[in-house]
Ligand binder design. Structure first.
Ligand SMILES: CC(C)(COP(=O)(O)OP(=O)(O)OC[C@H]1O[C@@H](n2cnc3c(N)ncnc32)[C@H](O)[C@@H]1OP(=O)(O)O)[C@@H](O)C(=O)NCCC(=O)NCCS
Length: 179
């Protein structure tokens, strides 16, 4: 468990799944993601996150607001499940319920997730990626110090040629820059 000024980052609880399914069904949240998820798909994603923590010792933390105790989404680290020129790598990622955007929560959570990567986990580099149009996610990447080199941009191998979400921008940060 990691605590920030306004948030708790922790392992997932069964009670998080209902709110997680709601945000995964939201058109706003999923605007730049391949699709909205059904309850079953959302639960399967939560299962994969749990498995990732068990097998790798780190993962996408459930994010909880200290003031209300509400589960608001996830922020954390994951090993992508596809091959790409920048693999192998550890990704930093985030997904919050729309009602909790515009408050700096993603950036607050991402900063401690990054510190966790370079501190206790001892990683050498962290990457993040999204579609070029996802300016909110890119802003979080930039605020926490990741840098974009257009030479690293790639076509997501899990999306079909011609899919408007296929092209991705890649951001990186090394431990020496984060220090
Ligand atoms: C990406 C995502 C997590 C970003 O959320 P966000 O709330 O925009 O990000 P931040 O936490 O950095 O918040 C920044 C905003 O909070 C505001 N803010 C308010 N109080 C603040 C505070 N105390 N500290 C910092 N920022 C604050 C900032 O001014 C900024 O507002 P603006 O966007 O209107 O300019 C969110 O858009 C999301 O979940 N998207 C859907 C999922 C997704 O696309 N994930 C990435 C896929 S690769």
């Amino acid at each position: 468990m990691i605590e920030t000024e306004r948030l708790i980052l922790r392992r997932w609880r069964a009670a998080d799944r209902e709110a997680f399914a709601a945000l995964n069904a939201s058109a706003e949240v999923c605007k730049f993601l391949p699709k909205r998820l059904t309850r079953e798909e959302s639960d399967a994603f939560a299962d994969r996150i749990d498995d990732h923590f068990e097998t790798r010792g780190f993962g996408l933390f459930a994010v909880e607001r200290k003031d209300s105790g509400a589960f608001i989404g996830f922020t954390g680290l994951a090993v992508p499940r596809f091959d790409a020129p920048f693999m192998s790598a550890v990704e930093i990622g985030w997904r919050l319920d729309h009602a909790h955007w515009g408050k700096g929560f993603a950036t607050e959570a991402a900063r401690v997730a990054l510190a966790h990567a370079f501190g206790p986990l001892g990683l050498e580099e962290v990457v993040s990626f999204t579609v070029p149009m996802n300016t909110r996610s890119r802003a979080v990447m930039e605020k926490i110090g990741l840098q974009h080199d257009p030479a690293d941009d790639f076509d997501h191998p899990m999306l079909e040629p011609g899919d408007p979400l296929r092209r991705h921008v890649l951001y990186r940060i090394g431990r020496e820059r984060a220090a």
